[in-house]
Design a protein around this ligand. Structure first.
Ligand SMILES: [Zn+2]
Length: 204
Protein backbone atom coordinates (compact mmCIF):
# COMPACT_ATOMS: atom_id res chain seq x y z
CA UNK A 1 0.00 0.00 0.00
CA UNK A 2 1.26 3.49 -0.90
CA UNK A 3 -0.08 6.77 0.42
CA UNK A 4 -0.45 10.35 -0.74
CA UNK A 5 -2.39 13.36 0.48
CA UNK A 6 -5.28 15.16 -1.15
CA UNK A 7 -3.83 18.41 0.20
CA UNK A 8 -0.48 18.23 -1.56
CA UNK A 9 0.18 20.73 -4.30
CA UNK A 10 2.52 18.22 -5.91
CA UNK A 11 1.79 14.66 -6.84
CA UNK A 12 4.01 12.78 -4.41
CA UNK A 13 3.40 9.43 -2.76
CA UNK A 14 4.98 7.57 0.15
CA UNK A 15 5.67 4.13 1.45
CA UNK A 16 3.50 3.33 4.48
CA UNK A 17 6.28 3.63 7.02
CA UNK A 18 7.57 7.01 5.80
CA UNK A 19 7.69 9.66 8.53
CA UNK A 20 5.76 12.07 6.34
CA UNK A 21 2.71 9.79 6.31
CA UNK A 22 2.10 10.56 9.98
CA UNK A 23 1.61 14.21 9.07
CA UNK A 24 -1.25 13.45 6.69
CA UNK A 25 -4.65 13.47 8.38
CA UNK A 26 -6.52 10.20 7.93
CA UNK A 27 -9.40 11.86 6.07
CA UNK A 28 -6.98 13.38 3.54
CA UNK A 29 -5.15 10.19 2.68
CA UNK A 30 -5.12 8.78 -0.82
CA UNK A 31 -4.27 5.10 -1.10
CA UNK A 32 -2.66 3.21 -3.96
CA UNK A 33 -2.65 -0.54 -4.24
CA UNK A 34 0.80 -0.62 -5.84
CA UNK A 35 3.43 1.61 -7.44
CA UNK A 36 1.92 1.16 -10.89
CA UNK A 37 -1.40 2.61 -9.70
CA UNK A 38 0.33 5.69 -8.32
CA UNK A 39 2.35 6.11 -11.52
CA UNK A 40 -0.83 5.90 -13.56
CA UNK A 41 -2.13 8.93 -11.68
CA UNK A 42 1.06 10.84 -12.48
CA UNK A 43 2.54 10.57 -8.97
CA UNK A 44 6.22 10.34 -8.11
CA UNK A 45 7.96 8.92 -5.08
CA UNK A 46 8.77 11.08 -2.08
CA UNK A 47 12.54 11.70 -2.00
CA UNK A 48 12.69 10.50 1.58
CA UNK A 49 11.23 7.00 1.19
CA UNK A 50 11.75 6.01 -2.44
CA UNK A 51 13.48 2.66 -3.00
CA UNK A 52 16.36 4.58 -4.59
CA UNK A 53 16.80 6.67 -1.42
CA UNK A 54 16.98 3.47 0.60
CA UNK A 55 19.49 1.89 -1.73
CA UNK A 56 21.55 5.07 -1.71
CA UNK A 57 21.53 5.31 2.09
CA UNK A 58 22.62 1.71 2.37
CA UNK A 59 25.55 2.22 0.02
CA UNK A 60 26.51 5.69 1.22
CA UNK A 61 29.38 4.63 3.51
CA UNK A 62 30.95 2.79 0.56
CA UNK A 63 30.53 5.55 -2.01
CA UNK A 64 31.17 8.65 0.10
CA UNK A 65 34.86 8.71 -0.77
CA UNK A 66 34.30 8.18 -4.51
CA UNK A 67 31.86 11.09 -4.56
CA UNK A 68 34.15 13.43 -2.63
CA UNK A 69 37.36 12.50 -4.45
CA UNK A 70 35.79 13.08 -7.86
CA UNK A 71 33.63 16.08 -7.01
CA UNK A 72 30.45 14.34 -8.13
CA UNK A 73 27.13 16.02 -7.49
CA UNK A 74 24.61 13.38 -6.51
CA UNK A 75 20.93 13.90 -5.84
CA UNK A 76 17.98 11.57 -5.35
CA UNK A 77 14.82 12.42 -7.22
CA UNK A 78 11.88 10.02 -7.26
CA UNK A 79 13.31 6.58 -8.01
CA UNK A 80 16.32 8.09 -9.71
CA UNK A 81 19.81 9.08 -8.71
CA UNK A 82 20.95 12.15 -10.64
CA UNK A 83 24.71 12.44 -11.06
CA UNK A 84 26.75 15.31 -12.40
CA UNK A 85 30.38 14.57 -13.13
CA UNK A 86 32.01 17.91 -14.01
CA UNK A 87 29.16 18.97 -16.24
CA UNK A 88 28.36 15.54 -17.65
CA UNK A 89 24.97 14.24 -16.56
CA UNK A 90 24.03 10.68 -15.74
CA UNK A 91 21.17 9.01 -13.99
CA UNK A 92 20.67 5.67 -12.28
CA UNK A 93 17.09 4.41 -12.30
CA UNK A 94 15.51 1.58 -10.36
CA UNK A 95 13.01 -0.14 -12.58
CA UNK A 96 9.67 -0.89 -10.98
CA UNK A 97 8.76 -3.96 -12.99
CA UNK A 98 9.49 -7.55 -12.06
CA UNK A 99 13.10 -7.31 -13.18
CA UNK A 100 13.93 -4.74 -10.45
CA UNK A 101 16.90 -3.81 -12.59
CA UNK A 102 19.22 -0.92 -11.91
CA UNK A 103 19.65 1.05 -15.12
CA UNK A 104 22.22 3.62 -16.18
CA UNK A 105 21.46 6.52 -18.50
CA UNK A 106 23.82 9.04 -20.01
CA UNK A 107 22.80 12.51 -21.15
CA UNK A 108 23.94 13.49 -24.58
CA UNK A 109 26.78 15.96 -24.34
CA UNK A 110 27.29 16.33 -28.07
CA UNK A 111 23.90 17.73 -28.87
CA UNK A 112 22.08 19.68 -26.28
CA UNK A 113 18.53 20.14 -27.47
CA UNK A 114 16.09 22.05 -25.32
CA UNK A 115 17.13 21.75 -21.71
CA UNK A 116 13.99 21.68 -19.64
CA UNK A 117 13.46 21.89 -15.94
CA UNK A 118 10.87 19.57 -14.45
CA UNK A 119 10.08 20.15 -10.77
CA UNK A 120 13.44 21.76 -10.25
CA UNK A 121 15.48 19.26 -12.23
CA UNK A 122 17.19 19.74 -15.53
CA UNK A 123 16.05 17.31 -18.14
CA UNK A 124 18.46 16.22 -20.79
CA UNK A 125 18.29 13.83 -23.67
CA UNK A 126 19.25 10.66 -21.89
CA UNK A 127 20.06 7.38 -23.58
CA UNK A 128 20.44 3.99 -21.99
CA UNK A 129 24.11 3.15 -21.50
CA UNK A 130 24.58 -0.26 -23.06
CA UNK A 131 27.07 -2.72 -21.62
CA UNK A 132 26.33 -1.86 -17.99
CA UNK A 133 23.69 -4.55 -17.40
CA UNK A 134 25.94 -6.51 -15.07
CA UNK A 135 26.63 -3.64 -12.71
CA UNK A 136 24.25 -4.10 -9.81
CA UNK A 137 25.23 -1.51 -7.26
CA UNK A 138 25.62 2.26 -7.19
CA UNK A 139 29.31 1.99 -6.33
CA UNK A 140 30.16 0.06 -9.48
CA UNK A 141 28.06 2.36 -11.63
CA UNK A 142 29.80 5.44 -10.23
CA UNK A 143 33.17 3.86 -10.95
CA UNK A 144 31.99 3.14 -14.48
CA UNK A 145 30.85 6.76 -14.94
CA UNK A 146 34.19 8.18 -13.80
CA UNK A 147 36.20 5.81 -15.98
CA UNK A 148 33.92 6.52 -18.95
CA UNK A 149 34.21 10.31 -18.66
CA UNK A 150 37.99 10.20 -18.15
CA UNK A 151 38.35 8.03 -21.23
CA UNK A 152 36.01 10.31 -23.18
CA UNK A 153 38.04 13.39 -22.32
CA UNK A 154 41.15 11.51 -23.42
CA UNK A 155 39.68 10.55 -26.79
CA UNK A 156 38.35 14.05 -27.31
CA UNK A 157 41.77 15.57 -26.90
CA UNK A 158 43.42 12.97 -29.08
CA UNK A 159 42.82 15.12 -32.17
CA UNK A 160 45.88 17.12 -31.08
CA UNK A 161 48.15 14.26 -32.07
CA UNK A 162 46.40 13.51 -35.38
CA UNK A 163 48.41 13.83 -38.56
CA UNK A 164 47.72 16.82 -40.84
CA UNK A 165 49.95 15.80 -43.70
CA UNK A 166 47.34 15.35 -46.42
CA UNK A 167 44.18 17.22 -47.31
CA UNK A 168 42.04 14.29 -46.17
CA UNK A 169 43.85 14.07 -42.84
CA UNK A 170 43.58 17.79 -42.27
CA UNK A 171 39.83 17.53 -42.83
CA UNK A 172 39.56 14.70 -40.30
CA UNK A 173 41.62 16.72 -37.84
CA UNK A 174 39.33 19.74 -38.19
CA UNK A 175 36.25 17.59 -37.74
CA UNK A 176 37.64 16.02 -34.56
CA UNK A 177 38.66 19.41 -33.21
CA UNK A 178 35.20 20.87 -33.88
CA UNK A 179 33.58 17.96 -32.11
CA UNK A 180 35.87 18.26 -29.07
CA UNK A 181 35.17 21.99 -28.82
CA UNK A 182 31.43 21.49 -29.14
CA UNK A 183 31.42 18.94 -26.32
CA UNK A 184 33.59 21.10 -24.11
CA UNK A 185 31.24 24.05 -24.71
CA UNK A 186 28.20 21.96 -23.83
CA UNK A 187 29.81 20.94 -20.56
CA UNK A 188 30.39 24.55 -19.65
CA UNK A 189 26.83 25.50 -20.60
CA UNK A 190 25.48 22.67 -18.43
CA UNK A 191 27.57 23.82 -15.48
CA UNK A 192 26.55 27.46 -15.89
CA UNK A 193 22.91 26.51 -16.25
CA UNK A 194 23.11 24.61 -12.95
CA UNK A 195 25.01 27.33 -11.10
CA UNK A 196 22.48 29.88 -12.31
CA UNK A 197 19.64 27.71 -11.07
CA UNK A 198 21.25 27.13 -7.67
CA UNK A 199 21.82 30.83 -7.35
CA UNK A 200 18.20 31.62 -8.10
CA UNK A 201 16.85 29.00 -5.72
CA UNK A 202 19.10 30.29 -2.95
CA UNK A 203 17.61 33.74 -3.34
CA UNK A 204 14.04 32.45 -3.05
ZN1 LIG B 1 7.87 9.54 2.02
Amino acid sequence: MYISSMCYGRKVFHQQECRFVKRIKKKNRLYFQDIAAARKGGFRFCNCCSPMTRKYRKERPKIKKIIEDNGLKVQVFDNTLLINNNGVNWKIVLSEDKTKAILLYHANTESNYGLKRVEGHLQFNYHYQRGTENLKCIKHLLEYIIAHDDWRMGTLNSYRTMSRKSKKKRKAYKRARRKARRIAATRVINLLEELDYEDRTRRI
